[in-house]
Ligand binder design. Structure first.
Ligand SMILES: [Zn+2]
Length: 293
């Protein structure tokens, strides 16, 4: 089994010249060091090399991987759960404000909290999730039948009003192949919502290699507003809105301070500052709203 996957060509523009941006530790789980490279041609940043698709699973096994759990232990997890409930409602109303119809596909549904909120608001939901434990959780807790990721290939063309990927695109191995499938499945007047961390944000530039949203090697790609727009423009998708995720700056700053051995007061200050500086840097995480051209 191949342990590492090395990119010889930029995942966005296919150019072959890279420079090193940062050496970053897998703070959350293995403490292994990974390199983030920058394509000198288009400016896209990506982890290189990354664990192979066959071996990445070991980097996800952690009780601290809160997006896949619902534990109430610890301050960070408690806060995460409170914030999740607030943001769920916001996400649903955001979607309803753009959607022309009610069929939604969520890719990377995790434990199904978001799709459950959609279902409760009378949306017709379908969810894909690679992790079997997460799928079982969604079934047991919400009665949701999440399906494996490769189901994407068999979903009917032009069939979804909305497709959502909440902090998922930075994890997918077959970036362009999946985007082709997404644009195929999305209706002509459909809306695609992509939430990813923003490596130009104030908290990212402040915490550097401690920035929790680099999250190597789980995050294969490290997006900025211009690079994600460039990527999707290759598939005739145009970004119609960029929206903030204001809680993420606090959450990411808290984790970053933890990795750095800092303190929670600083984390709150820096989260606040990051949101204040969004006019120049963008927010810590952003939602990109895409439509077909
Ligand atoms: Zn490139």
């Amino acid at each position: 089994m191949e342990q590492l996957k090395k990119y010889d060509a930029c995942p966005v523009c296919e150019a072959t010249q890279f420079e090193t941006h940062l050496e970053v530790k897998d703070w959350m789980i293995t403490k292994e060091v990974f390199t983030i490279q920058k394509c000198t041609s288009c400016g896209f940043h990506f982890t290189n090399p990354v664990p192979s698709e066959d071996t990445i699973g070991t980097y996800y096994k952690s009780e601290e991987y809160v997006s896949h759990s619902s534990t109430n232990k610890g301050l960070v997890n408690k806060l995460y759960n409170i914030v999740r409930n607030v943001t769920l409602a916001k996400k649903v109303s955001l979607i309803q404000s753009y959607a022309k119809g009610n069929s939604i596909l969520d890719i990377g549904s995790g434990t199904g909290h978001f799709l459950n909120a959609c279902k409760q608001n009378d949306l017709k939901v379908q969810g894909l999730e690679p992790d079997i434990d997460a799928r079982t959780f969604a079934k047991d807790n919400f009665g949701l039948d999440l399906e494996p990721l490769d189901t994407l290939q068999s979903i009917a063309s032009n069939s979804k009003d909305v497709i959502t990927m909440w902090h998922v695109l930075e994890h997918v191995y077959h970036l362009k192949r999946d985007i082709i499938q997404i644009t195929r499945v999305l209706k002509e007047d459909g809306t695609l919502f992509i939430a990813v961390p923003n490596m130009n944000s104030y908290d990212a530039t402040l915490y550097k290699e401690y920035w929790a949203a680099y999250d190597v090697p789980r995050h294969l790609y490290h997006f900025q507003e211009n690079t994600i727009k460039e990527l999707f423009s290759q598939f005739d998708m145009v970004c119609v809105d960029v929206l903030p995720m204001k809680f993420d700056s606090y959450y990411v700053s808290m984790l970053s301070e933890k990795y750095k051995g800092g303190n929670i007061v600083k984390a709150f200050m820096n989260g606040f500052l990051s949101n204040m500086k969004s006019a120049t840097n963008g927010y810590s995480s952003q939602i990109y709203v895409f439509k077909k051209k």
